[in-house]
Ligand binder design. Structure first.
Ligand code: FAD
Length: 116
């Protein structure tokens, strides 16, 4: 790739941000406390307000109002995040990700070693 990584464009920012978001979901507790659930809702709310691609942020803010993040367990949150990412994939004409493979992609690692 001849394009420089700095400063990050919308694509690089997006890839890095999804990595952070899915990894946060992958390390979220199976049975989060009330405080952990409240923190996650606050994080998602602030993330959607501070995301430094303004058009992306606007859409994501209305998305999380319509589809409130499910923060009651790691699995629920991971599936919610996967669906949210698929919604953006659809909007951008990218192919959808099979959410049954979410944990493999972001936590345990794919058996064949390939991420995509
Ligand atoms: P990415 O979509 O960045 O995905 C990275 C990797 O995640 C993939 O290679 C795949 O292995 C895995 N993956 C793909 N789909 C899923 C899924 N559903 N669940 C789990 N893992 C998955 N860009 C815009 O141009 N317009 C926007 O409005 C916009 N909104 C965004 C909103 C948010 C909250 C974020 C984080 C990013 C947004 N982006 C937006 C960026 C966009 O989603 C992509 O990150 C960017 O286009 C780079 O795409 P990519 O093909 O490298 O893969």
């Amino acid at each position: 790739d001849s394009r420089a990584d700095c400063p990050p464009d919308v694509e690089i920012l997006g890839r890095s941000s999804w990595t952070l978001l899915h990894t946060i979901a992958a390390t979220y507790p199976d049975t989060p406390s009330r405080t952990q659930q409240a923190d996650m809702l606050r994080f998602m709310d602030l993330f959607s307000k501070l995301y430094p691609c303004w058009v992306c942020a606007e859409d994501f803010q209305s998305y999380i109002v319509k589809r409130v993040p499910k923060v009651t367990s790691r699995d629920e949150f991971g599936q919610w995040m996967c669906n949210a990412h698929n919604d953006v994939n659809r909007k951008l004409g990218k192919k959808e990700f099979d959410c049954s493979k979410w944990l493999e992609r972001w936590k345990t690692g794919p058996k064949d070693g390939r991420c995509d």
